[in-house]
Design a protein around this ligand. Structure first.
Ligand code: NAD
Length: 480
């Protein structure tokens, strides 16, 4: 049997307990693994390293390419980035896979309905690119970046994952009705790629309806693919459907590295008490063994977990009475059930996960035409919209551009409308060329900007372009 090398990050709080439980179960299932133990998280932050991830840990992961990790504490409010997000981004683990299924005897309002679904969340783009700026002292901005390449990778991963588990249906959940370019990019990519997988049903669903359906009829879903923030929230909701964080495993998959961790955090108040539930990380270990193509050991451990629960053995998160057992006793029970199967609870047949090929840079969209027709200039001003609008019209009069409209937090407020938004000091001022056939030059735009800067503080600029004749920008609410 080939020996595997895996980087092991015990993590913070309850991390070392659940990690040790998982190592013991994997060893008892007979899979030889050489663990490279590495640090990340709270202890590293305390040593003054702002990323929370030392170079030696990065080097170990670059070598082994597979990580089993406990939860890492994220300091709140003093500027450091999350060590979890750093690891996901440094190794471009673009796909977060979170399976949930009903488990024997674990009480939920959905018991007996056979929930068995997987949320596949894009893991590195979207609002989590972490590009934030204070635009004025009172207005903050976070950029939602979604790339065609990122969408293609996550959509293909969702279909490949469905195939590897013999699943028949993939839903793509987006907010494309409101964010037509960003969320719409995932919807369009999904609809283009789905016909390449004729064996799998493909449906688009609006994310809010998806959440409603998840609460009412969760058993209808098989695989759900979604953008980063939607997936973050929705996958915690799906963990709740099957009995909570103690049972929710996850995998972060990239083209070169995979990081396996439970969905839950470091639960500091339970650290070292031998009470928490190790199932989430043990099932995460099952996902890791499948990734390492140790299919029979993975199935044996999943069967053992099912048999242990079926035998009525539970930790305190499931039963609050004296019958609950501790973390190590539960782990011993799983080990004792290795080799047993349940007649009622099955384990899915698995095929190797065929990761989508990396797309070449030439796959990027090449436009036939691109025309710059104006610009949105964002201005900080403590004025009413009519005073600001009239002054900007006067400022732009000698230039080839004119003020088309001003919006405040996305709603058109100039030329005046009957709208009554509660305006803040952050104005998007849309200038377009007087001649719609012309091309806006940088020199003309900079002339306008200099004229504006003589009177106002501007903090942001976006060019308005037509891509192949279609606007590559959206209208303001109320703009015609
Ligand atoms: P948490 O998941 O640590 O705990 C929330 C609650 O869930 C706990 O109080 C406990 O009641 C329950 N719970 C969690 N895991 C359990 C288990 N294995 N068994 C039984 N019950 C369990 O969430 P939190 O309190 O919001 O976060 C604590 C810390 O963990 C924070 O610093 C946070 O940033 C970090 N965190 C890390 C990760 C990660 O490393 N991937 C994920 C989430 C949170």
């Amino acid at each position: 049997m080939p020996e595997h090398r895996v980087t092991l990050i015990p993590g913070d709080g309850i991390g070392p307990e659940v990690v040790q439980a998982t190592q013991r179960v994997i060893a008892a299932a007979g899979v030889p693994i050489t663990w490279e133990e590495c640090a990340a998280g709270a202890s590293v932050f305390r040593q003054g390293l702002a990323s929370g991830v030392p170079q030696s840990t990065i080097e170990s992961i670059a070598r082994t390419r597979v990580v089993l990790k406990g939860p890492l504490e994220t300091p709140v409010g003093y500027g450091e980035k999350s060590a979890n997000v750093t690891l996901r981004k440094v190794f471009e683990t673009y796909g977060n896979i979170r399976p949930v299924r009903e488990l024997p005897g674990v009480p939920t309002p959905y018991q007996g309905r056979g929930i068995d679904l997987v949320v596949i969340r894009e893991n590195v783009e979207d609002l989590y690119a972490g590009i934030e700026h204070m635009q004025t002292p009172d207005v903050a901005q976070c950029l939602k970046l979604i790339s065609r390449q990122g969408c293609e990778k996550i959509v293909r991963l969702a279909f490949a994952y469905a195939r590897s588990e013999g699943r028949k249906k993939v839903h793509c959940a987006t907010k494309a009705n409101i964010m037509k370019f960003t969320e719409g990019m995932l919807k369009r990519t999904f609809e283009e790629i789905a016909p390449e997988y004729p064996d799998i049903e493909a449906h688009h669903i609006i994310i809010d309806n998806c959440c409603h359906q998840l609460v009412r009829h969760p058993e209808q879903f098989d695989v759900i693919v979604t953008t980063n923030m939607n997936g973050d929230i929705m996958s915690d909701l799906t963990s709740g459907l099957i009995g909570g964080l103690g049972f929710a495993p996850s995998a972060n998959i990239g083209n070169h590295v995979a990081i396996f961790e439970a969905v839950h955090g470091s639960a500091p108040k339970y650290a070292g008490k031998d009470t928490i539930n190790p199932t989430a990380l043990i099932l995460t270990g099952v996902l890791m063994l499948r990734y390492l193509r140790e299919f029979s050991a993975a199935a044996a451990i999943e069967h053992a977990v099912l048999a242990t629960l079926e035998a009525g053995l539970y930790t305190r998160d499931v039963r609050a009475d004296a019958g609950a057992i501790g973390t190590s006793a539960f782990t011993d029970a799983v080990i004792a059930h290795l080799g047993q199967t349940s007649s009622r609870w099955t384990v899915r047949e698995q095929q190797p996960l065929e990761l989508p090929k990396e797309s070449a840079p030439t796959a990027m969209t090449r436009l036939k035409s691109r025309q710059t027709i104006g610009a949105d200039i964002f201005i900080e001003a403590d004025l009413d919209p009519v005073t600001l609008g009239e002054s900007l019209q006067e400022i732009s009069a000698p230039t080839p551009l004119h003020l088309k409209m001003i919006s405040n937090r996305g709603t058109k407020v100039y030329p005046p409308t009957a709208a009554v938004p509660d305006c803040v000091d952050h104005w998007r001022c849309r200038f377009v060329l007087n001649d719609p056939q012309a091309e806006l030059t940088d020199a003309a735009l900079l002339d306008l900007l200099n004229l504006i800067a003589a009177r106002y503080r501007w903090m942001h600029l976006e060019k308005l372009c037509d891509f192949d004749g279609s606007p590559a920008y959206t209208r303001a609410q109320g703009e015609d």
